[in-house]
Design a protein around this ligand. Structure first.
Ligand SMILES: Nc1ncnc2c1ncn2[C@@H]1O[C@H](COP(=O)(O)OP(=O)(O)OP(=O)(O)O)[C@@H](O)[C@H]1O
Ligand SMILES: [Mg+2]
Length: 311
């Protein structure tokens, strides 16, 4: 890992306002070079707004934000030259094929034609799009388009790659393929900044992550530390009617450290998971299923944001 003492991205009290609406409410973060840094949070938390300020697609309302030492408001060109962007929305050119999409994009960075062709070739090989080289975007599947967007973001050899939900809508195989490529890029020293709604993706990829909610950062740490910090227990997961869930919460209150009553499940966090499971099974409460499992990042997310991932 290429950890440098100076963070490659540094934010101090950055805010994003849309009229009177506050999308990002004064957040601070320092992203060391060479790591994968994640932004999690429910829909509307302010993740994309934060990404857009980093890659100069939206002005910072107030606060200070630097990328590789350059101020995003004053040195846009320098900032953009350091960054590759895979935006949340598909931004490919549908009138062009794969090869042309890569070459046209290279023009934004004034990359000479010969260099651009060599780079496009490397990118195509890296993302295994050889067979699609001259295929139009309309004829490509969602996973291939996502791969091409990542490839396009790599055309300028960025030091920082911003990935706003890079694997949403991909099948498990395609997601694993993207994860493997992101691991490769990190090993090459590229700093990855990722937003995702997939907690397993965040656990797999992120060295450090923040959880945002309503424009604020409400927690920061590495995935395992966050789990340890917020839910040092095991989880008993119960599916049952609302009445039965309420009965369990009252009857077994003694053994329950903390609980989250979701619409479809009751999650009980306890240091006595196995014993509680047995007690519930032996008691005459009509549950649909009861099981124990380790706590996950998803539990942390639900606990901190108080609601499901996708509202
Ligand atoms: N151009 C805009 N004008 C007005 N409000 C906006 C604009 N862009 C975003 N917002 C609002 O800012 C808030 C944060 O949006 P943002 O896109 O940053 O959320 P997000 O965390 O990326 O959510 P998601 O997980 O759904 O992608 C939302 O309430 C959104 O409606
Ligand atoms: Mg978003």
């Amino acid at each position: 890992m290429n950890l440098s003492p100076e963070p490659i991205i540094s934010a101090r009290q950055i805010r994003k306002h849309f009229g009177s609406f506050v999308a990002v409410n004064g957040v601070d973060f320092d992203i060391p070079a060479g790591i994968c840094y994640g932004f999690l949070g429910p829909n509307g938390a302010g993740k994309t707004s934060t990404m857009k300020m980093i890659y100069c697609a939206a002005p910072v309302t107030s606060g200070s934000l630097t990328v590789a030492g350059y101020n995003v408001m004053l040195d846009m060109k320098a900032v953009k030259s350091q960054i590759g962007v895979v935006s949340q929305e598909d931004s490919l050119d549908y009138d062009l094929d794969v090869w042309q999409n890569l070459l046209v994009f290279a023009r934004y960075f004034d990359i000479p034609r010969k260099t651009a062709e060599r780079r496009a070739e490397e990118v195509i090989q890296f993302l295994q799009l050889e067979e699609k080289r001259h295929v139009g975007i309309r004829e490509m599947s969602g996973g291939m388009k996502r791969r091409l967007q990542i490839g396009r973001a790599l055309m300028n050899n960025p030091r920082v790659l911003i990935l706003d939900e890079p694997t949403t809508g991909l099948d498990p195989q395609a997601r694993h393929h993207v994860w493997a490529k992101l691991h490769d890029l990190k090993n090459q020293g590229v700093t990855l900044i990722l937003t995702t709604h997939y907690m397993d993706e965040a656990e797999q990829l992120c060295d450090t992550l923040v959880i945002m909610d309503r424009g604020n950062i409400i927690s920061e740490g590495n995935p395992w530390a966050l789990i340890q910090q917020h839910i040092p227990y095991q989880v008993v997961e119960i599916r049952a009617t609302e009445e039965v869930k309420t009965e369990i919460l009252t009857r077994f209150a003694r053994a329950i450290g903390d609980a989250e009553n979701l619409s479809d499940r009751l999650l009980i966090y306890t240091s006595e998971a196995e014993a509680l499971l047995l007690e519930i099974q032996e008691a005459d409460v009509p549950t649909k299923t009861v099981m124990t499992r380790r706590a996950t990042l998803e539990d942390v997310f639900l606990k901190l944001t108080g609601r499901g991932l996708i509202d």
